[in-house]
Design a protein. Structure first.
Length: 612
């Protein structure tokens, strides 16, 4: 993002993320290559400082190194990892220049040897891992209209994930049926298809099962069976059926109004996409006279009916519409697909069609965790770029109202893209935002916005229906920023203190909203609990990533008791969310986002403990 765009983001942040001009010089020393629109305004300095402003440089030598006058025969760990010459002083000159702690390995440190694995160990680990992974996906697998997953064949293999002395480039074709790994990059194969992973935690778990052929539990999660219709997303690219009248696919008018009300009450809080006042007029007009409604209006209406029906109980659907749930879901899906075909979405995308697309993907996710949704989200982002949503509307001469609506849908799509690290094991999934110039949406109620307005009012300080979406987006920006730092670690190692400060900036940003929320109001209670849950998870996962990057050989430092307790605490918080009676209407959204990171982290720590 350009500097100008970055300043716009700062202007629209309602609680004002910490931003000063002084840290910019410090920022350039580490983040020139990684700073993106997801970057926070002012990262902290890279090295700790004494009160007089001088750098603090410490040198540590591992236990067993002898006295301070001993001859150092090995390079310090940082120079060894960066593959540069070390002068072997205490501290070395390279660490002094960079402001990093200088740490030497102990004398005679043995090369890590793989513990000989017994048949009993293998059987126990695979059994435990399969149970944990299947439990993480149980929300989807237990749905009445989705068949139980059948584990994939055992023909797939996972490559050795150990750090080879001379790794081959990842682009080189892997020989044989095996996948291959370079560092934390893993390619898992199953027949003609494959899955790429580069997220640290998931890659580590794959390493645990890479010695054995039985990776069924892994395939059950990352190679799920294709979701059956109506939850297979392929239909969104259907051809136009000239014989199909979209009006014939609509429910009775009374049922249509109830489906819209259900959407407003129970879905918008968790998935704020539409501007309710204008969308309500659009939908009621289409309900009243569907034959003269535009394809965009029909697409929005069918998307709303589809997601609203999906979250309702079958008995409720039967009462409202007079037909069984599955029949209605199939009908509304067909209506949506035909509306997209009639509008020629790929060639003529529009903001309304993108809104319908976003609502539809939220519904699919409830029962379809497959990577097809991520692919579709990428398609939506490309379509958004083609109509200029990646540039702020004020720079394109658009009205304040239209500019704000475009900001909302653009950042919503980018925020959804940010879960790829947890859902699909892809660490830094998108480059769509690297050159974006779009201001952050304002914390405003829908009633504050109307087409004839001449300017935006000041952002609200209290809770709005957009608040949880803003915190989600800021969480995605933070995750992307830290991922960019991690991906450039070999060139520019970033201290743990910088990571912690970036997470603290996210926490402060969220607290600016949450302090105004009332926990006895269900919608605001949802915002408080979900926001704190997201921040705790980002903090834990990125802390684990930093431990791995700082000590890649030290498996125990990655899976500590502290991390295990935090992972279990986050899982407990998720269970509390799901069991809170005040939040019962929003449980559908909790089931749509399984906590794979926390489950895998707990399982990984359990595996480490079994080696001791």
């Amino acid at each position: 993002m350009s500097d100008k765009s970055s300043s716009q983001l700062g202007d629209t942040d309602p609680v004002g993320m910490a931003s000063t001009s002084a840290p910019e010089a410090q920022r350039s020393s580490h983040l020139d290559a990684t700073d993106t629109p997801f970057s926070a305004p002012s990262p902290p300095p890279t090295a700790a400082r004494e009160s007089n402003g001088g750098p603090v440089i410490r040198s540590r030598v591992g236990s067993g190194n002898g006295g301070p006058g001993r001859k150092i025969e090995r390079s310090c760990q940082l120079c060894h990892r960066r593959k540069i010459r070390c002068d072997k002083k205490q501290p070395c000159s390279s660490c002094v220049r960079g402001g990093f702690q200088c740490y030497y390995p102990p004398i005679g440190q043995p090369v890590r040897r793989v513990r000989k694995t017994t048949i009993a160990d293998v059987a126990s680990r695979i059994s435990d891992l399969e149970k944990t992974l299947v439990a993480g996906a149980s929300q989807q697998h237990q749905a009445a209209f989705r068949p139980s997953p059948t584990p994939g064949s055992t023909s797939g293999f996972v490559s050795d994930h150990s750090m080879a002395a001379n790794p081959r480039p990842l682009a080189e074709p892997a020989s044989g049926p095996h996948g291959k790994a370079v560092g934390d990059e893993v390619l898992v194969r199953k027949g003609a298809t494959s899955q790429y992973f580069d997220e640290v935690l998931i890659s580590r778990v794959i390493e645990e099962v890479s010695e054995v052929k039985d990776t069924l539990a892994l395939f059950a999660v990352y190679f799920p069976q294709a979701a059956p219709s109506p939850f297979n997303p392929m239909g969104i690219l259907s051809a136009l059926d000239l014989k199909q009248n979209l009006a014939d696919l609509l429910p009775p008018k009374s049922g249509a109004i109830e489906l819209w009300r259900n959407y407003v009450d129970n879905i918008e809080v968790c998935n704020k996409v539409l501007h309710r006042p204008t969308a309500e007029i659009l939908i009621y007009t289409a309900i009243d006279d569907p034959d003269n409604a535009s394809p965009e209006a029909m697409a929005v209406m069918f998307a709303v009916f589809f997601v609203s029906t999906v979250i309702l109980e079958p008995s409720t659907v039967q009462r409202l519409i007079g037909e069984d749930k599955m029949t209605c879901v199939h009908r509304f899906k067909t209506g949506l697909e035909q509306a997209f075909a009639k509008a020629d979405f790929l060639e003529h995308p529009s903001v309304k069609l993108l809104e319908a697309f976003a609502v539809y993907m939220a519904a699919l996710r409830i029962h379809n965790p497959g990577r097809g949704l991520w692919t579709l989200n990428g398609l939506a982002i490309r379509a958004a770029q083609s109509i200029g949503l990646h540039r702020d509307g004020t720079m394109l001469g658009l009205s304040p109202f239209e500019s704000e609506i475009r900001r909302r849908i653009w950042w919503h799509l980018l925020g959804r893209d940010g879960r790829a690290g947890e859902d699909y094991g892809i660490q830094n999934p998108t480059s769509f935002n690297l050159h974006a110039g779009v201001s952050f949406p304002s914390n405003l109620e829908d009633s504050d916005l109307y087409p004839e307005m001449e300017g935006l009012p000041p952002p609200r300080r209290g809770w709005t229906q957009l608040t949880i979406g803003l915190i989600n987006i800021q969480g995605a920006r933070t995750w992307h920023r830290l991922s960019a730092m991690a991906s450039s670690w070999s060139d520019r190692p970033t201290p743990e203190s910088v990571r912690a400060q970036i997470v603290q900036e996210l926490r402060d940003y969220a607290e600016g909203f949450l302090r105004h929320c009332n926990p006895v109001v269900p919608q605001q209670r949802q915002t408080i609990l979900v926001s704190n849950f997201i921040i705790r998870k980002i903090d834990l996962v990125t802390r684990q990533q930093w431990l791995h990057l700082e000590h890649p050989e030290a498996r125990e430092s990655f899976a500590t008791e502290e991390n295990l307790e935090e992972a279990l605490g986050i899982l407990d918080a998720g269970m509390s969310l799901a069991s809170d009676e005040l939040l019962r209407p929003y449980r559908w959204s909790m089931g749509a986002y399984p906590q794979y990171h926390m489950l895998l982290g707990a399982q990984y720590r359990k595996g480490v403990g079994s080696d001791r």
